[in-house]
Design a protein around this ligand. Structure first.
Ligand SMILES: Cc1cc2nc3c(=O)[nH]c(=O)nc-3n(C[C@H](O)[C@H](O)[C@H](O)COP(=O)(O)OP(=O)(O)OC[C@H]3O[C@@H](n4cnc5c(N)ncnc54)[C@H](O)[C@@H]3O)c2cc1C
Length: 497
């Protein structure tokens, strides 16, 4: 099986294909930087490098199974229908000009051999080699072995999940409006979220707001029929905010009727029957898991140093280093998958958020450039600018520069301004803003496209052989006279012309 390198047009060489090909290595003309992951870190690091290094100075290759970067802070607004799903993603081909992109999953990292293995969605596994490796593989949902969780719950980490949560909620509301069985209605109208951090609270608050808007126009379901539940293991929500501001958010959401179970764990959710550690039980058709993240487990395949939590160990310069602080040459890491020391809080690490990931990526790009040109590397240090959270349309909570506290509408405006400014590419910024203006003028769209999750269902049904009608039931139809249309006897529309 030939392993060719899709980043070059040349025939396979050892340099291009790794150890598998028995061809003499050909020296590379320019160093190759391979960026793993095209998310916040990958996209911004590759752009920074390309800006500083011309095409003749280095080859840059980004590897990601998705052909786009997702701006995750906007996912709750996607689930609420305030932003179109396509507008929160930045396509690599447009955002990464003069950078090669490979669509596939990295499935093995062998840094000693400077080689990675890529598994594409279709086709054979192949390997490519590199001189410098930038690791921005992000995180995955941190799940637990809770009975029923894997079968019943959905995560909230990517755009596909946000769209699925939206469709599921609107679909259940519509179905409930045509259901008379009280237990079934209750189950369909109960929406459960597990994990009261930023992602969970924003997802819950935004979708609850959308559900209320949808019910306004739906006879058959009353506002009081809908139950939104949050289960959180600690005794508070939004640990990223001060307790005072987090309690404000909690009170606001409680006023809207959202039910909170703090200091409570999910014990089981087999067949959608939720059981909590405090003995509360109820049925819920929708269970959204937002209880934290862990570093991408593919790092476990590598020979690079990882900490106890599976994160890549890096110095403040974003160079990978062993526990003794000795730099691993040619390896760089940042974002959710790396333990980046927080120089403003000695002993702590930067929290996994987009604010840090994007800034780290730029410093990483500058440091890699400096390394290639014999320059000095600098340390990443960033004081938190603040925290903004949306709690639904026109509602929010924010702390800016550690002291300015905003509640309600001003916080919500600040949330939108901050994130639209951080959204990559001018075209996305314009699209999102136009979308918001459209929603403001025409009200938000609350249609559920439930069938997009099984788009072939109708075609499958149409392709199935038609069931044979029992002979006795078939009325005798006289042969159709030429030029006459005939309908079955007894049909009220019966007509023979
Ligand atoms: C719902 C939600 C809301 C959030 N809200 C906020 C917020 O308000 N403010 C904030 O600052 N942060 C927020 N965050 C966190 C923020 O989005 C992340 O911290 C940030 O995106 C991390 O950047 P990253 O580059 O490390 O990872 P990501 O941006 O997740 O990028 C990782 C990339 O790696 C790719 N990848 C994964 N596996 C492989 C593989 N095997 N091979 C190749 N590529 C792979 C992925 O497809 C992805 O493109 C939120 C996150 C979520 C989920």
């Amino acid at each position: 099986m030939p392993h060719t390198d899709p980043t070059t047009d040349s025939p396979p060489t050892t340099e291009a294909v790794g150890a598998a090909a028995a061809v003499t290595p050909r020296p590379r003309k320019v160093p190759r930087v391979v960026v793993l992951g095209g998310g916040s870190v990958g996209l911004y690091a590759a752009r920074r490098l390309r800006k500083r290094l011309g095409r003749r100075a280095a080859a840059i290759v980004v590897v990601d199974p998705r052909p786009y970067m997702t701006y995750a802070p906007f996912l709750p607004e996607v689930a609420a229908g305030s932003i179109s799903d396509r507008d929160v993603v930045a396509p690599h081909r447009r955002a990464l000009r003069n950078v090669d992109t490979l669509q596939g999953k990295v499935t093995n990292i062998n840094h000693a051999a400077r080689q990675i293995e890529i598994t594409p969605e279709v086709g054979d596994v192949y390997e490519i080699t590199y001189d410098h490796l930038v690791i921005g593989l992000g995180s995955v949902a941190r799940t637990l072995p809770i009975p029923g969780l894997a079968e019943e719950a959905i995560g909230f980490k990517n755009v596909e999940e946000a769209v699925a949560v939206r469709n599921q909620i609107l679909n259940r509301i519509n179905l409930a409006s045509s259901t008379w069985d009280p237990d079934l209605r209750k189950r369909m109208l109960t929406f459960t979220f597990i994990g009261g951090g930023f992602a969970g609270i924003e997802a819950l608050a935004e979708t609850e707001d959308m559900a209320r808007a949808a019910i306004k126009n739906l006879p058959g379901v009353d506002q009081g029929d809908v139950r939104f539940v949050m289960i959180e293991g600690t005794d508070r929500i939004l640990p990223e905010l001060t307790l005072e501001m987090a309690n404000y958010a909690l009170d606001e959401m409680k006023k809207r009727g959202i039910e909170f179970h703090l200091s409570t764990f999910l014990s089981s959710c087999v067949d959608g029957h939720v059981v909590t550690s405090t003995g509360v039980e109820f049925d819920s058709d929708t269970i959204v898991w937002t209880a934290g993240v862990r570093a991408n487990p593919v790092l476990g395949t590598s020979d690079l140093p990882l900490d106890r939590m599976g994160r890549l160990m890096v110095l403040p310069t974003l160079q990978v280093a062993g526990p003794d602080g000795v730099v691993v040459p040619g390896a760089w890491g940042a974002g959710d998958c790396a333990a980046v020391p927080d120089l403003f809080n000695p002993g702590a690490f930067c929290p996994p958020n987009a604010q840090h990931a994007i800034r780290e990526a730029k410093v990483l790009g500058d440091n890699l450039y400096a390394t290639l040109h014999g320059g000095e590397v600098k340390e990443y240090s960033h004081k938190n600018l603040g925290t903004v959270a949306s709690l639904g349309l026109h509602k929010g909570v924010a702390i800016l520069f550690g002291k300015i506290k905003l509640r309600g509408f001003p916080a919500w405006v600040m949330h939108r301004m901050y994130h639209v400014a951080a959204m990559p590419t001018a075209s996305r910024k314009i699209r999102i803003t136009t979308n918001w203006i459209g929603t403001w003028l025409l009200r938000r769209e609350v249609v559920s496209l439930g069938s997009i999750h099984d788009p072939r269902a109708e075609f499958r049904a149409a392709s199935a052989p038609a069931p044979e009608r029992p002979k006795a039931d078939v009325p005798a139809v006289p042969a159709e006279p030429a030029g006459h249309a005939v309908t079955p006897a007894g049909d009220p529309n019966d007509s023979v012309q």
